[in-house]
Design a protein around this ligand. Structure first.
Ligand SMILES: O=C(O)CCC(=O)C(=O)O
Ligand SMILES: [Fe+2]
Length: 180
C-alpha cells in the first residue's frame, strides 16, 4: 500500500507539473514515510432502524491521498459529484483513490479533495481498509506554483486547526482556513 500510494502521488504530481519535472523526485510528497502514514480498518455494523444512518459522516480526508479497499460486496460509500451524492459501487479487486486536502493545497486546487460519506446497510455489516498518505506534523505543505492560493502551513498546524474547529463548532472547516 505505501509503495502504491507514493507512486500514485508522484504520478499525479508530475501530471500537474508536466513531464520531466518530477516533484522533488522520489521524495514527493515530502515528509511521508512508514512512520507518518497509517492504515485504518473500518467496520460499519448493520443498522436496521434507519435507512439514512451514517456509517461515517460527510468529510474530506486531511492527508495527501487515500487508497481505499472497500467491502467487495456491501456498498455504502458515496461521494459528492457537483451537487449530488453518487454511490461508489464495489468492484471486486478494485481500489479507490481519493485526493486529500493536502494534495488539493499543493496542487493549488487543480486536484479537489473529494467529500465522501458512508451510509449503513440495514442487514449487513460492512468493512473497509483505508491507507492514508500523511507527512510528519512538522512538514510544510508546499505548492506546485506561485502565486499559491494557500499560505504555507505544516500538517501539524492543519490537524490542530481541524480538531479545534470540530471541538468548537462540530464541523471541520479545513482548507478555507488557510486561503491567502
Ligand atoms: O469505508 C469507506 O468506504 C470510507 C472510509 C473513509 O472515508 C475513511 O476512513 O476516511
Ligand atoms: Fe474518508
Amino acid at each position: 500500500m505505501s509503495k502504491l500510494a507514493g507512486t500514485l502521488a508522484r504520478v499525479l504530481a508530475e501530471a500537474v507539473l508536466g513531464r520531466g519535472r518530477p516533484a522533488a523526485g522520489e521524495r514527493f510528497p515530502e515528509g511521508c514515510d512508514e512512520t507518518t502514514c497509517f492504515l485504518r480498518l473500518n467496520r460499519y455494523p448493520s443498522c436496521p432502524i434507519s435507512a439514512d444512518a451514517f456509517g461515517l459522516v460527510p468529510h474530506t480526508d486531511s492527508d495527501f491521498l487515500t487508497v481505499l479497499c472497500q467491502d467487495q460486496q456491501v456498498g455504502g460509500l458515496q461521494l459528492m459529484k457537483g451537487t449530488r451524492w453518487v454511490a461508489v459501487k464495489p468492484i471486486p479487486g478494485a481500489l479507490i483513490v481519493n485526493i486529500g486536502d493536502l494534495f488539493q493545497a499543493w496542487s493549488n486546487n487543480r486536484y479537489k479533495s473529494v467529500e465522501h460519506k458512508v451510509m449503513t446497510n440495514a442487514k449487513t455489516e460492512r468493512y473497509s481498509v483505508a491507507y492514508f498518505l500523511c507527512p510528519s506534523y512538522d512538514s510544510p505543505i508546499g505548492t506546485c506554483e506561485e502565486p499559491s492560493l494557500y499560505r504555507t502551513f505544516t500538517f501539524g498546524e492543519y490537524r490542530r486547526k481541524v480538531q479545534e474547529d470540530v471541538k468548537r463548532t462540530g464541523k471541520k472547516v479545513g482548507l478555507p482556513n488557510f486561503l491567502v
